[in-house]
Design a binder for this molecule. Structure first.
Ligand code: ADP
Ligand code: MG
Ligand code: MG
Length: 888
């Protein structure tokens, strides 16, 4: 027996199910599932993705497929009481693509397959509707010429554009606006014109044989899996190329049979906001693609302000649709994106899938299901993706700017706002983006060919199309600001300009889009960051993460303002406070330079005392802002020459103040120059050669702590010694700190709380972590330097060879972004095990960039870190990652 390649479905009964999306593709699996739920689905069958894989490999179909297709066509024929190719009573089918993971609009679909000069007579006789009959026929010819004859043969003739021109010309001659204003006779003429043009341009004949049409379409759908735009989309979305597509062949139902017919797309919740309302768009007297392609702006299905809303115009159908959407959402327990068609007052469902949504909507929707006890916390966390959170961080217009008068309004396809220079061509958008421009892509409508340009843009604006158009769908999936269907814009691609209410805008002019109101402004606005602490959904999400995670999340913060920001982002402490950043303020840097260049200890101490006073103030403010949580303060780390003056006048001032020669200052500067500063006189080596710096810094920290203690403000300073490589180094520095503490305790007659730890960023430190742990209260991995010193890669120079390393699979990814678990991770594991073996209470954290990387966080969680620390804006991501990894 040959293998089963085909799975049948009809209302009430299907061979497949939603669990079989590997084999049937998402569309096929869900058509089967809907059929099993007894939802009205036109009968059909799915050719499995195995066939696609086979076809890609051998460039032919597996033996037995033809026979199985023929008998499956019989299945549809008997359900529909029609015959494929019959002149009297013809069956028409659609041939639809559908991969395992939905790629909206990226692959091909052919509708009305089976129509030819003969079968058209049957359709005509049965429907007595010439307009419908020839409209369907011209659609088939158009789609077939485009998808099968042109694209799948790689002819690149743009035949579709030609045919659309022919149609536009006809409309123009007859002074008509919309396609459906054309008459049956017009459509008949169009069929002839189309066929002639195809003949001339492609030197190919439109096939009359229905089976030839069928196989041509199947071929084209399979080939579209490897079409440029599908491949491009998969690359961006990181979908594997090996999955393959299924092909769904399904009896046609017609939304273009007159005013009691229609087609539409609906979402069980609002996909832009996540609001719990049934949301959708429809077009009377239209066929499938018309809604999505944006050639006509559709009407809302439920909006009492709109004359053409479906609920009012077809109340019974609306009621049935509403019932079905509830069934589907409760069945899938997620927001569904539905396609439906109404043929002469009978409703048919053509597709359901988990709808694309933007970040804010994703969180609101997942919370809805969680709060209604329909999904578990684990499933809830699974549904929130990292980029959903990133989208909440999108900028919006300031309250003042929101009051400005917009120049136009379109449909708000969300999210956030975008400001950029307008560009009318996707290629150009990408080119300018690569040069660093911020772009708003302005198009009549977008098509799958435009995705690279959309990706490169901060915002997308289209003149046509609705909330379910291609542009809206793709932008929503990527969380990109988007406004669609803005009728007030007239675009002229040729002159690279557009007119909005009589004003002309040219390429590179600035526009600002508000994706949540649809308003368009002709100015460059300063967008403002969102206030997450007022966002209830965000707070609920963080709360749920908090309940599910073990890791403590801290922030890397170097100033009072950063500390306040971090705390507002829910950081429970600071894992890395770099003291050197405080040195760079204009007034201070001069003092720091003097400290380094002082000709004698006396003068040096004077500068140190002045630095002490401002460092004390800084630490006081930071510890206070983070109270009652811990703040890990790293002692001075970078090589001193980073602070030195390089301008002549600066050097001159120093020489004058010290009353020494300029050349002496210059000599001193060149003494400090190193050939490899990254491995030079830095880290704890500085504190060892200049103990007065360590003394000063620990005094500043402990005095601040003392002051706060007096004010009854809890604080927990943790003093971290950088770049420790040997236990002797650590002890040397710790002794200085402990001595400062003892002196202060005696002076103030009190006990100031503090702890001392080591920053582990050298392989040697990992190996001797047990020795360090005997003296240290905590260790924190500086994974940037640890990666640098383990691989021997300089972080600042890796970009010269990294791309080649990735291409040649020598590295899987940039080890400075995602921790190298096999090597650097192993060193960390050794260090942790050694440290804990001698000191069970030692606190273990990480303060490199990896603290904000989900994959790395998963690893830190697994090997039982106490905390991770990352930059403030990564905190919500770190929360989510810490919670997700814990519920695995
Ligand atoms: P996409 O990959 O763009 O979702 P689809 O296969 O869903 O492609 O088809 C494109 C359009 O054609 C959709 O609007 C769909 O509803 C419509 N369509 C597909 N099959 C049929 C059919 N059998 N009868 C009526 N409309 C159909
Ligand atoms: Mg579809
Ligand atoms: Mg370091």
């Amino acid at each position: 027996m040959t293998k089963k390649f085909i799975y049948l479905f009809k209302q009430g009964n299907a061979e497949g199910s939603s669990k079989m999306s590997n084999l049937l593709g998402g569309k096929g699996a869900n058509l089967a599932e809907m059929s099993n739920l007894n939802i009205p689905v036109p009968p059909g069958f799915t050719i499995s993705t195995d066939v696609c894989t086979y076809f890609m490999k051998y460039n032919k179909y597996p033996p037995g497929l033809k026979t199985q297709v023929n008998s499956a066509i019989k299945h549809i024929e008997s359900q529909m009481q029609q015959r494929f190719g019959s002149i009297r009573n013809p069956l028409l089918v659609s041939v639809r693509s559908g991969g395992q993971i939905s790629m909206p609009g990226m692959m091909e679909t052919v509708l009305n397959v089976g129509l030819n000069d003969k079968t058209i007579q049957g359709l005509m006789a049965k429907t007595k509707n010439k307009k419908f009959t020839f409209d369907s026929y011209r659609r088939l010819i158009m789609m077939y010429a485009d998808v099968v004859m042109d694209k799948s043969n790689n002819l690149k003739c743009d035949i579709r554009i030609d045919l659309e021109k022919i149609m536009s010309l006809m409309k123009k001659e007859k002074k008509l606006i919309d396609d459906y204003d054309l008459s049956g006779e017009d459509f008949n003429d169009l069929c002839l014109l189309f066929k002639n043009h195809i003949n001339q341009k492609l030197n190919l004949q439109f096939p009359e044989d229905p089976y030839e049409q069928l196989w041509g379409s199947i071929d084209a759908v399979f080939k579209s899996w490897n079409g440029t735009r599908a491949m491009e989309y998969r690359k961006i979305e990181q979908i594997s190329d090996n999955l393959g597509t299924g092909v769904n062949i399904q009896a046609m139902v017609f939304g273009n049979m007159g005013n009691n017919s229609a087609t539409g797309v609906a979402f069980t919740k609002n996909p832009s906001t996540g609001e719990n309302i049934f949301f959708g768009e429809w077009l009377p007297n239209a066929q499938g693609e018309d809604v999505v392609s944006g050639i006509r702006t559709p009407y809302p299905i439920d909006n009492s302000n709109h004359k053409q809303n479906l609920k009012k115009i077809m109340p019974d159908i609306y009621k049935e649709l509403d019932k079905i959407q509830t069934i589907l959402e409760n069945h899938y327990l997620d927001m569904q994106d539905l396609e439906f068609t109404i043929q002469e007052n009978k409703l048919w469902l053509l597709q359901t899938r988990n709808g694309k949504r933007n970040g804010p909507a994703a969180i609101k929707i997942a919370l809805y299901f969680l709060n209604n006890k329909k999904i578990s916390e684990k499933l809830f966390l699974d549904r929130i993706r990292y980029n959903h959170i990133t989208e909440l961080l999108y900028p919006t217009l300031s309250e003042k700017d929101k009051k400005m008068i917009p120049v136009a309004q379109g449909l708000p396809a969300g999210p956030g706002s975008a400001c950029g220079q307008i560009v009318f061509d996707p290629e150009r958008a990408k080119e300018l983006y690569d040069k660093g421009h911020q772009i708003i892509l302005v198009r009549e409508e977008t098509s799958p060919e435009d995705v690279h340009g959309m990706f490169a843009s901060s915002g997308v604006l289209t003149a046509r199309g609705g909330m379910t158009s291609h542009a809206a769908l793709i932008a929503r999936g990527w969380g990109k600001c988007c406004i669609v269907g803005c009728r007030e814009i007239e675009i002229n691609y040729q002159s690279k300009s557009c007119v909005i209410n009589n004003i002309t805008y040219r390429e590179l002019d600035w526009l600002t889009l508000n994706g949540s109101t649809g308003y368009i402004y002709n100015k460059k606005f300063n967008l403002i960051a969102p206030n997450l602490n007022k966002n209830k959904d965000f707070l609920s999400l963080i709360n749920i993460c908090d309940n599910n995670k073990k890791l403590e999340i801290r922030a890397n913060a170097d100033s009072k303002n950063d500390a306040i920001l971090s705390k507002s982002m829910n950081a429970k402490g600071i894992g890395l406070c770099r003291t050197e950043h405080m040195f760079f303020e204009p007034k201070r840097i001069h003092e720091v330079r003097k400290m380094i260049l002082a000709p004698n200890l006396n003068l040096k101490q004077k500068s140190i005392d002045r630095i002490l006073s401002f460092q004390t103030k800084d630490f006081y403010e930071i510890l206070k802002a983070m109270s009652p949580y811990s703040v890990t303060i790293r002692l001075l780390d970078p090589p001193l020459h980073e602070f030195l003056p390089d301008k002549e006048d600066q050097i001159k001032i120093i020489a004058e103040e010290f009353n020494i020669n300029i050349s002496d200052v210059n000599n001193q500067i060149s003494n400090l120059t190193e050939s490899n500063p990254m491995l030079g006189h830095r880290g704890c080596r500085l504190g060892i050669t200049s103990p007065e710096i360590t003394t000063m810094q620990s005094t500043a920290i402990l005095k601040s702590a003392y002051k706060l203690k007096n004010e009854n403000i809890d604080c927990a300073p943790e003093i971290m010694i950088p770049l420790v490589g040997s236990i002797e180094e650590f002890i040397n520095q710790k002794n200085i700190i402990d001595k400062v503490a003892a002196d202060l305790n005696q002076k103030y007659n009190t006990i100031i709380n503090y702890s001392v730890g080591a920053m582990i960023e050298l392989p040697r430190a990992c190996i001797i972590a047990d020795q360090i742990a005997q003296y240290a209260d905590f260790i924190s991995f500086g994974t940037n330097d640890l990666t640098q010193t383990s691989f021997g890669f300089s972080r600042d120079d890796i970009s010269t060879f990294l791309p080649q390393y990735i291409k040649k699979s020598i590295l899987e990814h940039d080890p400075f972004v995602t921790l190298d678990i096999k090597g650097v991770g192993e060193l960390i594991k050794i260090a942790i095990n050694k440290a804990r073996s001698v000191n069970q209470n030692i606190k273990i954290g990480i303060c490199g960039e990896h603290g904000g990387d989900p994959k790395s966080i998963e690893f830190f969680n697994k090997i039982k870190f106490d905390y991770i620390s990352c930059s403030p804006f990564r905190i919500p991501i770190a929360y989510l990652a810490a919670a997700k990894t814990n519920t695995i």
